[in-house]
Each structure stands twice: as C-alpha cells, then as structure tokens.
Design a protein around this ligand. Structure first.
Ligand code: FEO
Ligand code: CA
Ligand code: CA
Ligand code: CA
Length: 509
C-alpha cells in the first residue's frame, strides 16, 4: 500500500552529469534493455510496433482478477507521430502506399510482455494488436451525432497519441494532442480534424470492445489524464491543453465507480462535468452551456454566437475555457496526483512567447482534500533553469514514496538558452518533502535528439519503462544521421523504442 510507505528524500542512485552522448546513460548499477522497438513484428497477423513511442500503460496480466503481477503484463504504447524520412524514406513525393504506412505507424500498440530473470520479452497473445489511424472508434457523450461532427457517431482512427492515463477498471486513456496537420499530410484519406483531439478509451484486455472517444472530456490538445476516484465514488480526471496560453481542466464523472462492476465502469466516462481552472481566484469554472450565460453570450469576431449547444462548447473547449475566465498558462504537459498528499502536480513546460524557456512545476490542493471541490490553493513546486539544472519539464510519474520522476523535452536547443547547461533530454528524481524537496537529481540521459516519454513503473518498483521518442530527429537526411540509437543490427537508422530500466531495489516500507 503506497500510503504506508514512508518518505524517501535521497535519490537511490548517484546523480549523473550532463551529456550529449548518443546512448541511454544511467548511473552505476542500472541498465536499460531495448524492448518493443519500431518495426518489430509482434502479432500473428504480422503487425509491427509503431513509431515515436510516447505514454506507456502497464496492465498486470492478472489485473481483472485482482492481481498485481510485476513480471507479466499487457503494455500499451502510444505512438505519437511519424517522421516521414524514417517511415517512408522520401519526404517530398509521398505515395499513397507511404501515406498508408504512416497511418499504420501511429496510434497505440497493445503488447504482452514477460520478465524472465532480468530480461523482458514480447510474448504471443491474441490480444496483441494495433489501434491506428484506420481503426473504427465510437464517439460517446454530448458531441456524438451533433452538428459539431456533422452527425457522426463512428469515426476513423486515433492520432497525436501523446501521454495518457490508466483507469482503476483496467482501461487506457490515450490522449490526442497535436492533431491539426493530418488532414493535409494525409490528403485524400478523408481525415476530419473534428474527429481527433479527444480522449480515447481502449480496453487492452478486450479486443472486441470498440474504442470510445470521450467527448464529455472536451476537445483540445490533450496531453494526459491523471485519473483518481473521489471520496463519493465519482471519477475525476485532471487534464492539460498543451498549447501556449492554454488551460488546465478537470472532468468529474456523473456516475460512481464500482470496484465490482467493470461493465458499468466501462461507461463512466461517457457523461460528466468539465471544469476549467481559474488560477486567479483558485476556482474551477463549469463549462456547461445551459448553466453559464457567458457561454450563451460568447460571440465570434463576425458577431455570430460562438456556441449554440453543449456539443459546441465541448468541441472547442479552449475557446469555451477562455470565454468563462479559465487562466491561460505556459503549456501544461503531464499532470499527476501525489500518492501520499493527494496534491495535483502540473508540468508547465515553457512558453517562448513570454520568454519562459525553462518552465516550472506547480502543485495545487483541492479544498477539503476533495477532488470534486470547486476551490483550490496553488503554489510553485520547482522552477527550471541553470540553478535547478533542468528545463522544460514534460512527463511526470510518482513513486509510492511521493518522489517525482520527471523527464524534459527541450526542442530547438540551438536557438534557445537551454543549450548552455542542459545537454540531451534527461530524467530527474525530485523529492517532494524533506531537505531536498524541489531539487532535481539527474537519473538518466537519452540519446541524441530524443525525448524520454511516458515513464511507468512495474507495481513492485523493480522496473521503470521509458519510451525513447524521436532519436536522430534533427538529421538532415538518411546520409547524415545524428543518431544510430537502437538501430537494427547491420543498419544505422535510429529507432524509437521502449526501454526497460532495471537495477531498482523495489519498494521498501
Ligand atoms: Fe506530445 Fe505535450 O507533448
Ligand atoms: Ca507526454
Ligand atoms: Ca509531452
Ligand atoms: Ca513537450
């Protein structure tokens, strides 16, 4: 029980220095195994692991019967986007076959894995599968069948799968983030941008269960969902809109979670209330067309009403949020809930518009420690920069002691002041209490151009899974590669991959 584990205020490793090595660099005693790289065949039908791994979900293989296996699981891996140079080789004259290959390289992989000794491997399972840009997905909630989606109830595919979340009933919430470019990139494939930009729920255990887009959670650039169950049983999800000057949201389900009722839980996210955070007065503002006159009165620049229904409000949650006084912040990336205090941590990665290159992490506490509250208090937890040693915080994951493990995402290093002190993107250990609270200890450094994404622990704390996303991304051409990380033997093309980091002692009370 994580609540019974005491604080651990020192890192369980010797912090490592900055490096620009094209490798996964770890402290002594730790090692990383390449698992599930792009292109690896893993289903009987010959499907391959997708590109640019992001969020990873760990679903113990015995989870639905109450188990917590740490050595066998269904992993879900988000594949955020493709780099046409690597997936097709030609970025200018992309053929229909190449576009199809790109559509099949994004989305989500469901992969059964097993640990034998200290080695992880993929094992055959009928549930191993890909959900990609061509899969059938159902719209649920207020936007389903509405004019905002031209009456659609079923749509094609999920894209921009960035970070995500896991529900207590054993489903994945995959978050559709940067979805805007696809209609053009995949011209002729009938891509409708209004069908993307949602939270999509996938049941890794049940391939027959059609994945569902949860429109009640709003449409914006979804980074992730931090899921929890409130005291009264309602399910709460905290979410960020990763765009400059965009907002932090909270979804509260209408129904209540039933630990014994999985079938009913699978409908819980269809209906509920969506709120946006006002950091000025520490309040959550309900985004409900029928109850909020500001939404009814909001006008577009041509004087026409901005919204005429709740479906309109949800389909452009960003405009709705700004219309009701939601506070624009500096690009919210991951949000996670502290396992001991219940406080909610938000990575605000940076905002070049405001000269905020280094970002910060803020935390807030709901009134009465009730996640359904409509009032909260907030403060800054840590600020990026040369003093703290990190910049552009992105994905977060807690351990049960309450330490934050944070990865950075510094893009365009050549043009911003991060380059002077940061090196390749890194993972940091950050205690949240004791003498080192808010300090960042460098645990891992990724290969050239890569971002480490989607970290998740095995339940026993002995394995940390991390995605290595876009190694060598800034290469000019396949002849001038900046990275060869995880290349297939005999080749030099870098591959995005999942790595399993071993060497941790596991949780100790
Ligand atoms: Fe895909 Fe906001 O990171
Ligand atoms: Ca992420
Ligand atoms: Ca991110
Ligand atoms: Ca980022």
């Amino acid at each position: 029980d994580p609540q019974k584990v005491g604080p651990l205020t020192m890192p369980p490793f010797r912090a490592i220095p900055v490096t620009t090595a094209d490798a996964m660099t770890l402290p002594g005693g730790y090692r990383a195994q390449v698992l599930a790289p792009w292109g690896e065949t893993f289903t009987e039908g010959g499907r391959e692991i997708g590109f640019n791994h992001d969020y990873v979900g760990f679903f113990p293989i015995d989870m639905l019967t109450g188990g917590t296996s740490s050595t066998e699981a269904l992993l879900t891996i988000n594949h955020e986007y493709v780099n046409p140079m690597f997936v097709g080789g030609d970025t200018k004259n992309r053929t229909p076959a190449q576009i199809r290959a790109e559509m099949e390289a994004v989305g989500v992989s469901v992969v059964r894995v097993k640990k034998e000794g200290r080695e992880w491997r993929i094992v055959p399972d009928a549930r191993n599968r890909r959900i990609d840009a061509l899969s059938d997905i159902e719209l649920t909630g207020p936007v389903r069948g509405s004019s905002a989606v031209k009456g659609a109830t079923m749509v094609k595919g999920t894209v921009g799968n960035c970070s995500g979340g896991q529900t207590p009933w054993g489903t994945l919430l995959t978050c559709e983030e940067n979805v805007d470019g696809y209609a053009k990139a995949w011209e002729g494939s009938g891509y409708d941008p209004m069908h993307q930009g949602w939270v999509t729920e996938i049941d890794p255990f049940t391939p027959e269960w059609t994945p569902k887009k949860r429109t009640a959670m709003g449409r914006f650039r979804h980074e992730n969902v931090a899921v929890t169950v409130a005291k009264d049983g309602r399910v709460v999800g905290y979410m960020g809109d990763d765009m400059q000057d965009s907002c932090v949201y909270k979804f509260v389900s209408r129904g209540k979670y039933d630990p014994e009722g999985r079938a009913a839980n699978l409908n819980l996210l269809a209906e509920g209330d969506l709120y946006v955070a006002n950091f000025g007065n520490g309040s959550w503002v309900l985004l409900d067309y029928d109850k909020n006159k500001k939404l009814q009165d909001a006008k577009a620049s041509d004087g026409k009403p901005l919204f005429t229904s709740q479906a309109d409000v949800l389909a452009d949650a960003r405009a709705s949020a700004l219309a009701v006084g939601g506070t624009p912040v500096d690009r919210p990336e991951d949000i996670e809930i502290h396992p001991r205090t219940g406080e909610v941590y938000v990575a605000l990665t940076n905002n070049s518009k405001h000269g905020n290159f280094f970002g910060q992490i803020v935390k807030f506490r709901e009134q009465g420690d009730d996640w359904t509250a409509t009032k909260f208090m907030w403060e800054i937890f840590a600020v990026g920069g040369p003093q703290s040693g990190f910049a552009s915080p992105d994905n977060l994951v807690f351990d049960p002691y309450g330490n934050l493990w944070m990865v950075t995402d510094n893009s365009d290093l050549s043009t911003n002041p991060i380059k002077a002190f940061h090196g390749n993107n890194a993972m940091f250990f950050m205690p949240t209490e004791g003498p080192n609270a808010g300090k960042a200890f460098r645990f891992a450094v990724g290969p050239v151009d890569a971002e480490m994404t989607g970290p998740v622990w095995s339940p026993d704390g002995k394995t940390l899974f991390v995605s290595i996303q876009h190694p060598g991304e800034d290469s000019e051409s396949l002849d001038k590669l900046r990275s060869n990380f995880a290349a297939k033997p005999g080749t030099n093309i870098p591959r995005p991959t999942l790595v399993a980091i071993e060497g941790f002692p596991g949780w100790k009370a």
